[in-house]
Design a protein around this ligand. Structure first.
Ligand code: OXD
Ligand code: MN
Length: 596
């Protein structure tokens, strides 16, 4: 008899029938070996899994091209298999667990024939952290194995932690035959099990990320009194030297990574990076909210990343340590053997291969790099990494920011009146969709707390849990909303965005410290314009007013959409959210009466 882990691995091997089983130890030597396998042995769509990039300019970097149908998260193929549909709620795909397992067992039988099964033991969170979890993923993709080694703490420590116990999160992954009709990402929250077949894409295949650290972990957090959130974590150092920690939730591909690594244009201010995607939030002994980032890497969107928009990411990508850096579905500059994507350089290189490896020119009608092309890189290469990153306790959060991509309606920044109102703001938020998932891009959809695709249970219960968390904290973080993306009548952005967002962060920090006042408008508190530090900026006349304008008709449409969204939860939706909804409606009506 082996350990429960060994037995589980054997059982999965009997089902999937790999040619060999390889237990990863997370060592540096192994990292080289896996890259070699991807360069020379393992193939995808008939070509090696990795292509070695220009090692002088991009040390230890490799390009990976995926199957052309496998380029983003597939929300329509993602299921949360609770015993009953209501627990999954109206915003999740649900399948009866027994039925789901039958379906998956059929798809999985013999799927690793002729392949290697990599056994990846890893920790989400620092091994010394009381909040960390031990996990094991099985996969037949060397790309996934290398990526998981970047994104998690892999190896011995996880195995030691698991020992003889049953207490580990299980992930079974196979790329199968990459047929989108046989692709499923299934979660079994009551068994701490994720089962994913038919995709090698990060969000579908790196099971420690969205699948465990958000969907399953949000369910654990619901029962155990903590939160698993789609949030960056940053520390903002003020000229006096003190650091304010902030967690911020934005939907996928809305600039989280850029914000997490922002280089401040304001003298004396510095942003420290702790995470760009996931935060686990626990209430500490002192009643404050503490955040850890369970990951150790960035899986970021490449297009738009450049020396101008995110110089710290460019430094991270080129740092070249013993962690490899992977580029997925970017274009390739044939002359220099470098990765390329829109925005990286001012001029388009003259000879490019597109993301599928085809010679590309401007007449193609499609971008050379896929709009959701990505990099996977270790957070330890980040020059702005906070010294607190490995602190097992995490960092105390003073402000939570929700943000979205809204070309109209929503002000640049506003603060909630209190925690309950902040939960309403998060629960009712909407954003224009991006290429991070397979769906129509640019469509407005409700995406509460940026967790719509990631909440592993009924969102009505999730909102109640948020309200409850606030009640348990004597001094909860202040809650803000930001929108960098508002446009004017001609479709031009009203705000500069990128590093200039520091000016908004500065106001938020000063609000937290009680240093500046605010002005009340129907949706919340906004800055007195003179409190926004705009020194050195040339903002066209009227833009600031437009950035903070509240348009009654636009908000009527907004309210109507929120009502429809909330109604699908029926009686399960906490009454507090309806109270906030009606209070907002009243405040808006008062606004029209006053202006008449
Ligand atoms: C991601 C996403 O990859 O949110 O982080 O899709
Ligand atoms: Mn994300």
């Amino acid at each position: 008899m082996g350990t429960p882990l060994e037995e589980w691995v054997e059982e999965q091997a009997r089902l999937t029938q790999p040619e060999r089983i390889y237990w990863c130890d997370g060592s540096e030597e192994e990292a080289h070996r896996l890259i070699e396998i991807g360069l020379k042995e393992e193939k995808l769509c008939g070509r090696p899994v990795f292509h070695e990039l220009n090692q002088k300019l991009w040390p230890n970097s490799y390009l990976h091209r995926s199957h052309p149908t496998d380029v983003a998260r597939t929300e329509h193929l993602t299921f949360v298999c609770h015993p009953d549909r209501e627990t999954a709620g109206p915003t999740n795909n649900w399948m009866d667990p027994k039925e789901a397992k039958e379906l998956l067992t059929n798809l999985t039988k013999g799927c690793m024939k002729g392949r290697t099964m990599y056994v990846l033991p890893y920790m989400m969170g620092h091994p010394n952290s009381p909040y960390a979890r031990a996990c094991v993923q099985l996969t037949d993709s060397v790309y996934v194995a290398v990526s998981m080694r970047i994104m998690t703490r892999m190896g011995k420590q996880a195995l030691e932690r698991i020992g003889n116990s049953e207490d580990f999160v299980r992930g079974l992954h196979s790329i199968g035959d990459l047929d989108p009709n046989r692709r499923f990402i299934m979660h079994f929250p009551d068994e701490n099990l994720v089962w994913s077949i038919g995709s090698g894409y990060g969000g579908n295949a790196l099971l420690g990320k969205k699948c465990f650290s958000l969907r399953i972990a949000s369910w654990l957090g619901y029962h155990q009194g903590w939160l698993a959130e789609h949030m960056i974590i940053i520390g903002i150092e003020a000229p006096e030297g003190d650091i304010t920690y902030i967690a911020a939730a934005f939907p996928s591909a809305c600039g989280k990574t850029n914000l997490a690594m922002l280089e401040s244009p304001l003298t004396g201010y510095k942003v420290w990076t702790l995470g760009d995607d996931i935060a686990w939030l626990n209430i500490g002994h002192d009643g404050r909210l503490y955040a850890i980032n369970p990951e150790t890497g960035f899986f970021g969107v490449a297009p738009g990343t450049s020396e101008k928009t995110n110089p710290n990411m460019m430094r991270t990508l080129k740092a070249g340590t013993f962690y490899p850096t992977l580029f997925t579905n970017t274009a390739l500059n044939v002359e220099t053997n470098e990765p390329w994507w829109d925005g990286l350089t001012e001029t388009v290189p003259s000879r490019l291969l597109d993301w599928q490896g085809r010679p590309w020119d401007l007449s193609f009608g499609e971008k050379a790099a896929h709009p959701n092309s990505r990099f996977t890189v270790s957070i330890y290469q980040c020059p702005t990494l906070s010294p607190e990153f490995d602190n097992p306790k995490g960092v105390p959060i003073s402000a939570i920011i929700f943000g979205a991509r809204r070309s109209a309606t929503v002000p640049l920044v506003y603060e909630s009146f209190n925690w309950q109102h902040g939960v309403f703001i998060g629960a009712s938020m909407a954003s224009e969709t991006t290429p991070a998932a397979v769906h129509q891009v640019g469509v407005l959809r409700r995406d509460p707390m940026a967790m719509l695709p990631f909440c592993g249970y009924n969102m009505a219960d999730y909102f109640r849990h948020w309200l409850e968390m606030g009640r348990r904290m004597p001094n909860p973080p202040k809650i803000f909303f930001v929108n960098w993306f508002r446009k004017d009548e001609s479709g031009e952005f009203l705000w500069l965005g990128f590093s200039e967002n520091m000016r908004v962060l500065k106001w938020i920090v000063e609000r937290v410290k009680g240093k500046v006042g605010s002005r009340e408008i129907p949706v919340g508190f906004v800055p007195h314009l003179e409190d926004l530090d705009l020194e050195g900026l040339k903002i066209p006349n009227g833009h600031l007013e437009k950035l903070f304008a509240v348009n009654y008709d636009e908000w009527q449409t907004e309210l109507e959409d929120i009502r429809k969204f909330f109604e699908q939860f029926g009686d399960r939706l906490p009454t507090e959210l309806w109270q906030e909804y009606h209070a907002l409606k009243k405040r808006l009506e008062r606004l029209v009466r006053c202006s008449m």
